[in-house]
Design a protein around this ligand. Structure first.
Ligand code: SF4
Length: 396
């Protein structure tokens, strides 16, 4: 059995650890590139959202590399994710691939599918090995989320261009090689220290005190030298996958802003798999934050986009970037509500929509203009240079 899975940020690291830990041969798909996106866009319906197209491209590339079983997450609610696996099965059948697509449904409401997934795992390994592999993968997952959040918060203050990303990359390689939980923890601690030492950050703690799950970030200094702070919200796949969001967080860091991107895979698992199943969702949750503007579940991360924007405004962040795939229904709902959130909570919010045609240049221009606006509005600095309004109102 040669197993594979679509990419989601750096999640191939814990997934590889988990599946190889229970004795399965893992075929990691090649990194997502424009070619991957083009393969998926050619095979998927034109109006399907970008996650379907890109994950289909990953699957085809993994099968071409030798995978015979592909794991894919399912979904519940109004979002189309729950339907996409059926579509992807049809696409693979039509192409004549005999690889098996195994759908991992959220346990809530899908106990039979969850039991089937558990049977596949335990048919290959002892329960004890599955638990051990799961524990190692979970620790690696947390490490990846720590590195992402920390790098997002630290890039604006790095002492040498690219130093933060080099430290985070080295940490990821260390995590990937670690075969025991203590080694993973050592890699996390050492990388956090390394990132801190190559930037001018002070204390490491959270920029997002109300996020469920992981709570790591770095508080930028207050006062005259404080940077512009921007929160990133939106559909989880495009927020977490740099290959489709055009490295949004890196671009913002390069402009000179501190970024809070609280949407993490470990946070998602904790909120939607563990706490939701045992009815222990931490309060206030995103529904509570969103309540004045959106009172019902609209699928995907629609409620989170509204709730987090409210929470970020009340936490004192200077602006919010909302990013979503074209035709994503939950985020279309959120996008229609965010102008009211912006007005009533007093925070600028910019919505960006991406599809397979989105290019770097257009995104760069919009981000620079938005950050200029935030700097002028807040009286803070970008890139260490004071931004002041000139006569025609444009930032300098
Ligand atoms: S949340 Fe939106 S983009 Fe993501 S799978 Fe659902 S419809 Fe597609």
């Amino acid at each position: 059995m040669k197993v594979s899975f679509p990419h989601l940020g750096n999640m191939s690291i814990p997934l590889r650890a988990f599946f190889s830990g229970i004795g399965m041969e893992v075929v990691t798909p090649p990194p997502t590139t424009r070619k991957t996106v083009a393969i998926g866009a050619q095979l998927a319906p034109e109006t399907a959202c970008l996650p379907l197209k890109v994950t289909t491209g990953n699957m085809i590339e993994a099968i071409n590399a030798g995978a015979d079983t592909v794991f894919m997450v399912g979904g519940i609610g109004p979002c189309r994710l729950g339907y996409y696996c059926e579509l992807q099965k049809d696409i693979l059948d039509d192409l004549g691939h005999d690889a098996e697509l195994v759908v991992i449904e959220p346990p809530k409401g899908h106990l039979r599918e969850t039991a089937r997934f558990a049977r596949i795992l335990t048919s290959r390994a002892r329960i004890r090995d599955v638990v051990e592999a799961g524990r190692l993968a979970w620790e690696k997952c947390i490490g990846i989320d720590v590195f992402d959040q920390l790098a997002n918060a630290a890039r604006w203050s790095e002492r040498e261009t690219g130093a933060v990303d080099r430290a985070a990359r080295a940490g990821l390689d260390w995590l990937d090689k670690a075969s025991r939980v203590p080694d993973v923890r050592e890699a996390i601690a050492a990388t956090m220290e390394k990132v801190r030492s190559c930037s001018t950050l002070g204390t490491i703690h959270s920029l997002d005190p109300c996020a469920p799950g992981l709570q790591v970030g770095a508080q930028p200094p207050c006062g005259a030298d404080s940077p512009v702070t921007v929160g990133v919200v939106g559909e989880i796949y495009v927020v977490m996958e740099p290959a489709v969001n055009m490295n949004l967080c890196k671009k913002l860091g390069a402009i000179g802003v501190a970024v809070s991107q609280p949407i993490t895979f470990s946070g998602w698992i904790m909120a939607h798999v563990v706490l939701d199943v045992i009815k222990l969702m931490a309060k206030p949750d995103m529904l509570t934050w969103a309540m004045p503007y959106l009172r019902s579940f609209v699928g995907g991360h629609g409620v989170e986009s509204v709730g987090r924007s409210v929470q970020m405004a009340r936490s004192g962040l200077d602006g919010v970037v909302h990013i979503s795939p074209l035709t994503c229904m939950p985020e279309i709902v959120a996008q229609s509500i965010l102008p009211r959130v912006s007005e009533e909570e007093g925070i600028p919010i910019m919505s960006l929509t991406v599809d397979e045609h989105t290019a770097d240049a257009g995104l760069d221009t919009r981000l620079e203009a938005f950050c200029d606006l935030l700097a002028v509005r807040s009286g803070k600095r970008l890139h260490g240079a004071a931004v002041t309004p000139c006569k025609n109102g444009r930032a300098t």
